[in-house]
Each structure stands twice: as structure tokens, then as C-alpha cells.
Design a protein around this ligand. Structure first.
Ligand code: DAH
Length: 341
């Protein structure tokens, strides 16, 4: 008996197909095609009932033989090909990866570092002090005696109103001057950047939390001219040579004489515009010659040494350089702002 008696059961062709199959997937497909529920063998078997009694055993034997031979061939081929795999597509190593977005320094930090670099190049050191301060460092050692009206210039946020010492969030970076003078001996050339706090209502240019940078120089024979030259030097290093600075008389308890310093408006080159309220000048900070009382409070002899100091809001610099406003933009942490600078 031979399966050729049943034309649908072409054993030769089926065996060739099995031996030509290359992958486990192809073999599985052939197993379904020949031996599956609706496969070739099953379909021929279905027809047996309708055949004549003589033909039935012939076709029955042919199907059994076909099934046996194909099963044997597929089992052998399966053993060589191994298990079916899920995905054989090769990995494309040239595809771009997802990458990671890199962060960078905040604009205030960039400005702080830029200014630190300017001052370091002028021979200054950088120092820091605590943000939670005592009344002594924030006010008293800076010649603001208790009840002094100048205390009202700086609306203070108190942490502890207790006795003997009041604790507060520093209203300026000037207390770091005191700490530096306590711990170092002149000559001192130091800048002190940091965060400061005031009980202030948020508006376009004021915020209860902001940054300042303080400068202090203590040496023999320092004059107001040295102060003016230093201010000119760092403002033009940050904003460019075109920018001029000017000093106007002012009052601070810890300096005598005291001054306010302003820059020629970076938007209109001093000719007058909305930003500078048509004055041509933009106020930046305070400065002056260190008051002898401050020297005395830290044990430096005002007869032997003189000094100058200055301080200003750090956010003011990038606000002016890039026209950033309102000040709260610096603290909102909106990614569109952060990624722009
Ligand atoms: N501490 C002052 C303020 O916050 C600014 C200032 C003025 C700092 C004069 C100084 C200075 O060092 O000499 O308004």
C-alpha cells in the first residue's frame, strides 16, 4: 500500500517540505498543515465514511502511513531546530537611543559663580555664613543698636523672639562681614554670597526670599576711591565696558560715609527709558567705608585699618542683563524658564 493511491496525501512532497524547513516556526506551521485538526490527514480521514467498503481500508491505511511518516520526519527535524523562539529580528545597533536630558545651573547660581570669578580674579576670597542668624550678627555688631530706627528699613522675619538672644532669618548678607572679621586678621578681601529673607510682599522686583552678594575689604590705607574703582571693575566685568557706575550719598548704620551705587541703564545706555524710569540709571546696591564702631565690635583697630563694604541683590544682575521680570520667575522653577538660560 502506498499513499500515492490517495492523491491528496502526497507524502513525497510533504517530506520534502519538512526537510526544506529552516526554522522551528516553519516546522510548527507544517505540523499544523499536515497533522493539525483541520490538516491534510484529518481532511482525508473525514472522507473515508463516504467511500465504498473496498476503498475504505485502502485510504485508511494510507492516512495512517502518511501520519506516521510525517510525524517521524517532523519530530526529527524539531530535535535539530530546537524550540520555537519569540523574535528573531536582529537588533539595529544604529538606532538612536532615548538619551537623557541634562540639567544645568540655575541662572542665580550662574550669576553667583560669574561674580565670584570676577572677585577671585581681583584677589578676593569667597565666604559663607548661616541663614538663621542672631540679632547680634544681623544688627547689633553692624551698629544697629536696639530700637535704632534703621532696623525698620529691613522688615525682619523672626524665628525666636526669646531672651537673651533673638533669632531671625538674616535680612542681608552683611552679618557674614562680622563673622569674617572675627575669624580673620586684616588684610581681608572677601565676597559673601547667599540667601536672604525679608517680611516683604511679593511684587515685580521684591520677594521675601532673595539673594545678595556682599563685599568687604579691610587693609591699611583703603579709601573711598578704592571702593569706587572696585564697583566700576566688577560691574563692567559683568555687564561690559559700556556700563558706567555712579555713587550717591546714602545712609547705612555700618558704613560712614555711605552711598548707593547705580549703573547706567543697560537697556537705553543711559538715555532714559521705561526700565530706568527715564533717569538713565538703575540702582543696584549699597556701599560705604566700614564704620569704626563695626571695627570695634570685632576687635579691629580703626586707627590702624580702614575698609570698604558693599552689598546688592544678586537677582538684580541677571534681571538687568537678560530683562527677567518679575523676580518670582527665579523661584517658580518653570522648566521653560530654566532651560532658556
Ligand atoms: N546690607 C545692605 C542691605 O541689605 C546693603 C549694604 C549696604 C551692604 C552698604 C554693605 C554696605 O556692605 O556697605 O540693604
Amino acid at each position: 500500500m502506498d499513499t500515492d493511491a490517495v492523491p491528496d496525501l502526497n507524502l513525497t512532497a510533504a517530506l520534502e517540505a519538512v526537510s526544506a524547513a529552516r526554522s522551528p516556526e516553519q516546522l510548527a506551521e507544517l505540523r499544523r498543515e499536515y497533522l493539525g485538526k483541520r490538516g491534510v490527514a484529518a481532511r482525508v480521514k473525514e472522507t473515508i465514511k463516504s467511500l465504498s467498503p473496498e476503498d475504505r481500508p485502502i485510504v485508511g491505511q494510507a492516512v495512517s502511513l502518511f501520519t506516521a511518516k510525517i510525524t517521524e520526519a517532523l519530530d526529527a527535524a524539531d530535535a535539530v531546530a530546537g524550540p520555537e523562539t519569540i523574535d528573531e529580528s536582529p537588533i539595529d545597533l544604529t538606532l538612536r537611543g532615548h538619551g537623557r536630558k541634562r540639567g544645568h545651573m540655575h541662572l542665580v547660581t550662574q550669576c553667583r559663580r560669574d561674580l565670584e570669578d570676577v572677585f577671585v580674579s581681583l584677589g578676593y576670597q569667597v565666604a559663607e555664613g548661616p541663614e538663621v542668624e542672631s540679632d547680634w550678627y544681623n544688627f547689633e555688631a553692624l551698629n544697629f543698636p536696639p530700637g535704632h530706627p534703621a532696623r525698620a528699613m529691613q522688615d525682619t522675619l523672626y524665628v525666636d523672639l526669646g531672651e537673651p538672644e533673638q533669632v531671625l532669618l538674616r535680612t542681608h548678607t552683611s552679618p557674614v562681614q562680622v563673622r569674617v572679621m572675627e575669624s580673620q586678621t586684616p588684610p581681608i578681601y572677601c565676597v559673601m554670597p547667599g540667601r536672604t529673607y525679608r517680611n516683604e510682599t511679593l511684587d515685580a522686583r521684591h520677594s521675601p526670599v532673595f539673594h545678595q552678594i556682599e563685599g568687604l575689604a579691610v587693609d591699611r590705607g583703603l579709601t573711598f576711591g578704592d571702593l569706587a574703582g572696585t564697583i566700576e571693575a566688577f560691574t563692567s566685568a559683568y555687564f561690559g565696558q559700556k556700563v558706567k557706575s555712579r555713587l550717591l550719598p546714602s545712609y547705612f548704620p555700618f558704613t560712614e560715609p555711605s552711598a548707593e551705587f547705580a549703573l547706567s541703564c543697560v537697556f537705553c545706555d543711559g538715555s532714559g527709558c521705561r526700565v530706568c524710569s527715564n533717569t538713565g540709571w538703575i540702582e543696584l546696591g549699597g556701599c560705604g567705608m566700614v564704620d569704626p564702631n563695626v571695627f570695634r565690635s570685632v576687635g579691629i583697630d580703626p586707627e590702624e585699618f580702614s575698609g570698604f563694604a558693599f552689598g546688592f541683590g544678586l537677582e538684580r544682575m541677571p534681571m538687568l542683563r537678560y530683562g527677567v521680570e518679575p523676580i518670582k520667575t527665579f523661584f517658580d522653577n518653570d522648566v521653560r524658564f530654566l532651560t532658556r538660560y
